[in-house]
Design a protein around this ligand. Structure first.
Ligand SMILES: [Zn+2]
Length: 377
């Protein structure tokens, strides 16, 4: 046996082992199409409105703080729950619910629950993004999250470097995502966009449009000092997606929660309705781009529920009954449309679902995280 022949043999054997290993991982991923994930959260949007549309008991001046009752009723009130929810969130019900999977509809005994026990924002977002509840997170204070989010984890994987970004209405997100440590671009709150160097858009046409968006944003009254209007957050995400084409985008919208706290059911419904339309517009933009078309999974949820009566609908938390109940939805080429019945899923399952959609096994490296949602085809 010559040395050359031996070398050829060794190379051949190595190739066989490699291709067997590759074959295995390819088989594990067989048929998976998703290349990109867009995660959207809608702060404090109740399952009651998602599944039932506007609630009659809150369409008044007393409990709902509704200014123009006729206009609000005309816009959102319909006879049946199905008509009401379709009127409030047409994209969610005509597209997402038909082509994807929806969790949390009590009519089908489908429950989606928060597991952190606190039912407010920072603990909820950390649970969503990390995949487990952390009892040391017990306030909304602007403290850097010591836990690593799935966004940061995904960004560390080959093929995802500089391919993760977050656009958030609430200004606590740079801390929840730990922007300093993770180095993920997180543009949040009233932070300017056009001069945010972490986005890498300065001097580009998209950067110029973001400067214009900042000009408009500066003219708005800062009614919620910590939460910018969702339109700005959405538009920024849309510009970023088209210019930088991230493989994992997190869009975090916030107005629904703030209008509810303000006791304005009319503006809460208005925000829910606009949010649905922003998601539609973002989805249509994605479907118009070859990088995203047919290979993007959309994952939607909320950080907490709210109370279930004429007073408590405004609020949420440990002491507000029912505010642990939420909703979730997944739509994409690898999610089989199905009606979910008689089961319970948890907020902590979102992180592993984000990773699994991208072909990554989060649970093997983060065993305390909950498993992915059962949506795979
Ligand atoms: Zn809140």
């Amino acid at each position: 046996m010559t040395t050359r022949f031996l070398t050829v043999c060794i190379l051949f054997m190595a190739f066989s082992v490699c291709s067997a290993a590759f074959g295995q991982s390819a088989a594990k991923q067989a048929g998976r199409i998703t290349h990109n994930v867009v995660l959207v959260t809608v702060d404090g949007l109740r399952w009651q409105e998602v599944f039932g549309g506007s609630e009659e008991a809150l369409l008044d001046k007393d409990a709902g703080g509704v200014k123009d009752l006729d206009a609000t009723r005309n816009r959102f009130h319909r006879e049946t729950a199905e008509e009401r929810r379709q009127t409030l969130m047409p994209f969610f019900w005509n597209v997402i619910a038909k082509e994807g999977v929806v969790f949390g509809n009590p009519e089908h005994d489908s429950k989606a629950v928060v597991t952190n026990g606190l039912n407010f924002s920072y603990p909820g977002y950390s649970e969503i993004l990390c995949g487990y509840a952390d009892s040391s997170i017990d306030s909304n204070a602007k403290k850097d999250n010591k836990n690593v989010t799935v966004l940061e984890w995904v960004q560390s994987k080959p093929g995802f470097e500089k391919s993760v970004a977050a656009f958030c209405s609430w200004d606590v997100f740079p801390f929840i995502i730990n922007e300093t440590r993770s180095r993920i671009p997180v543009n949040a709150g009233w932070e300017p966009l056009g001069t945010d160097s972490s986005l890498g858009l300065m001097g580009t046409p998209a950067g110029e449009r973001l400067l214009k968006l900042d000009e408009v944003s500066r003219e708005f009254p800062r009614y919620f000092p910590e939460v910018r209007y969702d339109y700005v957050t959405f538009r920024a995400a849309e510009e970023y997606v088209q210019a930088r084409k991230p493989r994992l985008l997190y869009l975090s919208l916030g107005e629904t929660d703030d209008w509810a706290h303000a006791g304005r059911y009319d503006l809460y419904l208005d925000a829910a309705s606009r949010t649905d339309d922003y998601i539609r517009r973002l989805w249509e933009t994605l479907q118009s781009m070859p990088e995203y078309k047919g290979r993007t999974t959309l994952i939607l949820t909320t950080d907490h529920g709210r109370g279930d009566n004429r007073v408590d609908w405004k609020s949420h938390g440990e002491k507000i009954e029912g505010s642990e109940f939420i909703w979730m939805a997944v739509m994409g080429p690898d999610a089989a449309p199905q009606l979910i019945t008689d089961s319970t899923v948890t907020q902590s399952q979102i992180a592993a679902t984000v990773a699994a959609s991208l072909g990554l096994d989060y649970n093997s490296e983060v065993p305390k995280a909950a498993s992915p949602l059962p949506v795979v085809k």
